[in-house]
Unconditional design. Sequence first.
Length: 316
Amino acid sequence: MEKNTYITLSNGQKIPSLALGTWQATGEKLRNALRAAIKCGYRHIDTAYMYQNETEIGQTLRELINEGAVKREDLFITTKLWSTFNQPGKVEDGFMLSLKALQLDYIDLYLMHTPTAVKYIDDKTLMPPAEDGGPGFALEDVHYIDTWKAMEPLVEKGLAKSIGVSNVNLQQLGEILRIAKVPCVNNQIENHPFLDQTGLIKFSKENNVSISAFGPLGSPERPWAPENDKNLRNDPVVKKIADSRKCTPVQILIAYNLSQGLVCAPKSTCVERIEENFKSLDVKLTTDEINQLEGLACNFRGFSWDFMIKHKHYPF
Ligand SMILES: NC(=O)c1ccc[n+]([C@@H]2O[C@H](COP(=O)([O-])OP(=O)(O)OC[C@H]3O[C@@H](n4cnc5c(N)ncnc54)[C@H](OP(=O)(O)O)[C@@H]3O)[C@@H](O)[C@H]2O)c1
């Protein structure tokens, strides 16, 4: 019987390895998914101010806590500072919006969503168009080091248990680690067999920074996916390993991350899939199987953050 597993972060906090991803999940579908996930055993929810679903998540979790279905202290909530709040003077404002929407008095893990600041217009304008009328967002000249320094007081004030980063490259992570007074405990990155992240993962692990994998199934629902999008679930190597283990290709893709000691956040709003994905905790891949999957790397990045490509701190 599958059971949650935990990874101990460098500050001693324990993070459940499997999270429910929630990007593009809203309304009744999201509420039902959260209920199903908690019932099934998930204790880690991954959201972000950018997803604009923190209010629904907050309401549903509050109901579940009040019903006695789960205790707050057993939940692990990850959310993220959206890039329009990367200016140091805006960081705490952005954080408080998430905290309030989630109806919590602390966040377990708060991540800098991107190292590339976007122009702040107002709290609701998340993707201001580029001022020159060109493609992408209106960008702001803020250094991620300054954003990081403004995130540290959130831990010192007890508002966040831990802080970390997302979508940074190895050199940017190294710079943050050199100046961090509060440990950077987590780096959330796109990770699946089609993208070689071994260098960044090795560097993060060597520096006591845990890794969370986003888009573990290749993020097939991302709005900018091309018609001939590469499909991880249909890959013959993934299917062969799944057949040999009598499990599904999706379970192999999730286990690819879990078996390497990474946190993994697959998104689903379908009850059967939420249960199927949780069963990945039972699948322990061998080194040989992981090597076979790593062999599929083909530089496929679903999240290249092209909307921010002109930023001087663009990571990729
Ligand atoms: N830090 C960042 O910048 C960043 C970026 C992207 C994502 N994330 C986080 O990572 C999470 C996961 O990434 P993602 O949502 O982009 O993509 P993903 O988890 O790779 O894929 C989600 C898609 O796979 C489908 N799916 C899930 N389980 C399935 C199953 N067992 N069988 C078949 N299809 C299945 C889902 O559909 P159904 O819902 O219909 O089942 C959905 O279309 C996000 O939700 C978010 O929390 C973070």
